[in-house]
Ligand binder design. Structure first.
Ligand SMILES: C[S@@+](CC[C@H](N)C(=O)[O-])C[C@H]1O[C@@H](n2cnc3c(N)ncnc32)[C@H](O)[C@@H]1O
Length: 201
C-alpha cells in the first residue's frame, strides 16, 4: 500500500480534473444530488450567510483525488472513506461557522456514480444509501477487523485527523489514530492500493 498526502503529494495519473467534470456531467451527478439534497449549493468559497451547505467544487475535487488513483476502470474498484462525515449540522471551529459541508458528500457522490464505497464515521449515517458504519469509533487496534484482507483499492481520510470529535475521543490516549489505522490498512488495502489522507496540521 502506498500512503499519500491527499492535497500535498502530486498524484501521477492518466486521470485529470477535466475528466472528472465530464463524468460528473455525463452522469448528471450534481443535478441528482441537488434533487436529493435541496439545500443551498455553492460553487466554492464562503458566502455571507452563516451556513455553508453543499459545495460542488469540494465534491468534484475529492472525486478527482479518488479517480486519479483508481483510473478509468473505476467501476470495479472499492473505496473506504474513514471519517466520511455524518448527517446534520456541525460546527467548523476554524471558520466559526455552522456547516453541512462535512456531511458524507464523497460517499454520496461515489454511490450515485455506481462506484463501490463504504463510509465509516462516529456520527449518524442511518439514512444513507451507500454501505456504511455509523456511530463507529475508529480508535482501537482492531477497529477495522471486520474488513477482509486486500479488499479495498483506496482508503481515504479527509480532515479526519484534525477533527474536533477525534480530539475529544482520543483525549488521554498515548497512541494516535494514524498509529492505530496504518497496520490495519496495510492488511485491508490491496498491495497496489493507496491510503490517501490529510495529515493533522
Ligand atoms: C471534519 S469531518 C470530515 C468529513 C469528510 N471526510 C470531509 O472531508 O468533509 C471529520 C469526521 O471524522 C469523524 N470522526 C472523528 N473521529 C472519529 C473516530 N474516532 N471514529 C470515526 N469517525 C471519526 C467525525 O465524526 C467527522 O464526521
Amino acid at each position: 500500500m502506498k500512503t499519500l498526502n491527499a492535497y500535498g503529494d502530486k498524484i501521477k495519473s492518466d486521470w485529470n480534473h477535466t475528466m472528472t467534470l465530464d463524468l460528473v456531467k455525463e452522469c448528471n451527478l450534481i443535478k441528482k444530488l441537488k434533487e436529493k439534497y435541496p439545500l443551498t449549493w455553492r460553487i466554492g468559497g464562503l458566502g455571507n450567510e452563516n451556513t455553508i451547505i453543499a459545495d460542488e467544487f469540494h465534491i468534484n475535487s475529492q472525486l478527482t483525488t479518488i479517480l486519479s488513483l483508481i483510473g478509468k476502470e473505476f467501476r470495479n474498484k472499492t473505496i473506504l472513506d474513514l471519517g466520511c462525515g455524518s448527517n446534520g449540522d456541525s460546527f467548523d471551529n476554524k471558520i466559526s461557522l455552522k456547516t453541512r459541508s462535512f456531511e458524507p458528500w464523497l460517499c454520496r457522490a461515489l454511490y450515485e456514480l455506481n462506484i463501490k464505497c463504504m463510509g465509516i464515521d462516529c456520527g449518524d449515517l442511518d439514512n444513507e444509501k451507500f454501505e456504511h458504519c455509523g456511530y463507529f469509533n475508529l480508535l482501537g487496534p482492531d477497529s477495522l477487523g471486520f474488513l477482509q484482507d486486500s479488499s479495498v483499492d483506496v482508503a481515504h481520510a479527509r480532515l479526519l485527523y484534525s477533527s474536533p470529535q477525534l480530539e475529544k475521543l482520543n483525549r488521554g490516549n498515548s497512541k494516535s489514530l494514524h498509529e492505530y489505522l496504518l497496520p490495519q490498512l496495510e492488511r485491508i488495502v490491496k498491495p497496489e492500493g493507496f491510503f490517501v489522507y490529510t495529515p493533522n496540521t
